[in-house]
Design a protein around this ligand. Structure first.
Ligand SMILES: [Fe+2]
Ligand SMILES: [Fe+2]
Length: 135
């Protein structure tokens, strides 16, 4: 089970809230694994996860731009790369058999990415934007 932890904080409450929300959205997938869900429900849940990630990227980029984050372009590029990857994985899932293993795989993929991205990439902007709590 993946959940938000204090060490994930980027010291900007709006973004922390969104990261928490992403873990919650991804957890829909784990609840789908325990019951018999239709392919349609699973595809819907997966799309919901994709939407949440893409919306978060947009909001985070807005804040980083407003705060004149020096590595904004690189950060945006990381988001772009992952957006491409997530779309590819979701497409693959759509054509899979939607077994519990398939769901577990995409669930772990999303959560592992989120933890890595927060800890490696998002954490880099903490010092730069910490004076801009209102961003
Ligand atoms: Fe990010
Ligand atoms: Fe983020």
């Amino acid at each position: 089970m993946y959940v938000w932890k204090n060490e994930y904080s980027v010291k900007i409450s709006k973004i922390d809230e969104q990261h928490k929300k992403l873990f919650e959205t991804f957890s829909i997938l784990s609840s789908q694994m325990t019951k018999t869900s239709s392919k349609r429900d699973l595809d819907k849940a997966i799309n919901q996860c994709k939407r949440a990630v893409l919306d978060h990227f947009k909001d985070e980029e807005k804040i980083l731009k407003k705060c004149k984050y020096k590595d904004f372009d690189e950060h945006k590029e990381e988001h772009k790369k992952f957006a491409k990857k997530i779309k590819r994985r979701l497409k693959e899932f759509k054509y899979s058999n939607h077994t519990s293993e398939d769901v577990l795989e995409i669930y772990s993929f999303l959560n592992d990415w989120l933890v890595d991205h927060i800890m490696d990439t998002d954490h880099k902007y903490i010092d730069d934007v910490k004076e801009f709590h209102d961003c």
